[in-house]
Design a protein around this ligand. Structure first.
Ligand code: FHN
Length: 472
């Protein structure tokens, strides 16, 4: 009897333990959480606008605003943090910061020069900060006085900017910060009814400004939202869902990044079931997916990158961190493309409207490289081959060729290639010397070697691989 009692208790205990195990492992078995305000679409977009976004691959990011005036320096002290966050680093009262608008006079702003520089660098799209976290607007907005119209410059900056870039054939995107340190109704958290009331006003302001931007600049291809990490915005999943839907209705083809959205459970970028919201993943800030993370090719994505360690707006002192070289930046670009992503490289113009010498030089060097090898970037994506130590494969959407962008040459000058079963190399040649084939050697059944002769170069270079099916 005792035996029976114990075993019954044990059985009940075991059943409880099993139920508990099942419950905790449900997410592993794909337990689905009900989400009403998740992605508008669950597949990659296939429309022309999104196809163009993918073809572009390389973009220029521009952070420009009042923060360019102090350039990271306040009352004689240099703050090494990001220049656009200076009001936080130096605890500057907002009235004091906002009065910088009376000093904003970019008299040397020549957007045609900017656009030409971007074009020569090889950028196919540009994303400019229309309003950053401090709330200052680069366009004359009906909904605030804290804009370019109330500066000594008193001219719309976005109109000539959009015209100049469009003329160069560069697609224009608008960065827009939801977070707004200037707006009286912005709330970080909703703690009371009055916060709720204020935030409702703020939501209308946001919607009005976005509509205004689309009306004034119908050429714009999309919005790049930022500053969406606070609880107030995350609690408004339904609103951001409806806003995305609405903006896309009034501006067909509009592209928005994943930062815009949270679902009704507060999950950002991806909904509570891991599905991407917005049209592309924009969480890769100053970082890239690991080269082995080929799962990322399931979605569209973009990495945005600074030239120094972490400076977006103009900072006077670039010596406080590592400044990436053109080769390092080219490698990041190719790394992105090899995993089917876009690369958005940031520039922080000065307050007078000119671009710093270092940025011009970097843009020029990248441009010289792109002119020669851009074929391995535009309209290219993941090649489906295992990455090797010499660099990255990319594959154009059209055609069968594969590009190998070489960053590291082995001492034996033989580049390893592991091919999928049934494939063999038909031909390999340097992209800039198509008439001379490179020697191919067999290493073993799966691996071939491409022999480089006396290549000595200070820049990465591209080899074209032509594959063919093995005869059986
Ligand atoms: O806080 C901003 C930062 O200043 C900059 O604009 C970057 C660009 O991706 N976004 C924010 C941080 O995520």
């Amino acid at each position: 009897m005792i035996f029976l009692k114990i075993s019954l208790r044990n059985i009940i205990y075991m059943i409880k333990a099993i139920i508990f195990q099942i419950i905790i492992s449900l997410p592993l078995f794909g337990q689905v959480i009900t989400v009403k305000y998740g992605p508008l679409l669950t597949e990659k977009r296939t429309d022309t606008a999104m196809e163009k976004w993918r073809t572009n691959r390389f973009g220029q990011f521009i952070h420009w605003g009042l923060y360019a005036i102090p350039g990271g320096e306040w009352e004689g002290k240099i703050y090494t943090g990001a220049a656009e966050w200076l009001p936080v680093w130096a605890a500057i009262p907002s009235a004091h910061w906002d009065s910088l608008q009376y000093d904003f006079n970019p008299s040397r702003f020549d957007p045609k020069k900017w656009a030409k520089m971007a074009k020569h660098m090889g950028a196919r799209y540009v994303t400019i900060t229309t309003k950053h976290h401090d709330g200052f607007c680069l366009w004359p907005s009906k909904f605030t006085e804290f804009d370019v119209e109330s500066t000594p410059y008193n001219n719309d900056l976005l109109r000539p900017f959009v015209d100049a870039y469009t003329e160069e054939g560069i697609d224009v995107y608008f960065y827009y910060s939801i977070l707004d340190w200037h707006h009286p109704n912005w709330r970080k958290e909703i703690k009371s009814d009055s916060d709720q009331f204020a935030f409702e006003q703020f939501k209308s302001f946001t919607k009005n400004q976005l509509e205004e931007l689309l009306k004034l600049y119908p050429e714009v291809k999309g919005f790049w939202f930022d500053g969406t990490w606070d609880q107030s915005w995350k609690l408004n999943g339904q609103f951001s869902y409806e806003l995305e839907n609405y903006l896309k209705k009034i501006h067909p083809g509009l592209i928005v990044n994943s930062r815009m959205r949270a679902d009704e459970h507060g999950s950002r970028h991806r909904d509570s079931n891991g599905r991407l919201m917005g049209d592309y993943e924009s969480g890769y800030e100053r970082r890239l997916p690991d080269t082995g993370d080929t799962a990322i090719i399931q979605v569209d994505w973009e990495s945005c990158m600074t030239i120094p360690e972490n400076q977006w707006g103009f900072h006077k002192d670039w010596t406080t961190s590592h400044v990436k070289s053109p080769n390092e930046l080219i490698e990041m670009l190719i790394h992105s493309v090899s995993l089917g992503g876009n690369f958005l490289l940031n520039f922080g113009p000065k307050a007078d409207g000119t671009i710093r010498r270092e940025e011009k030089r970097i843009a020029k060097e990248i441009g010289q490289w792109m002119e020669k090898y851009g074929e391995a970037v535009y309209n290219c994506g993941h090649a489906g081959l295992d990455k090797q130590d010499w660099g990255y494969y990319t594959k154009p959407k059209v055609g069968d060729n594969i590009y190998m962008t070489v960053f590291n040459i082995p001492i034996n000058k033989k580049l390893k290639i592991r091919l999928p079963k049934g494939e063999q190399i038909n031909k390999a040649y340097l992209l800039d010397r198509p008439n001379r084939s490179l020697e191919i050697q067999s290493y073993n059944k799966e691996i071939s070697l491409v022999q480089i002769k006396t290549r000595s170069t200070s820049h990465p270079f591209v080899i074209v691989l032509e594959l063919k099916r093995k005869e059986s």
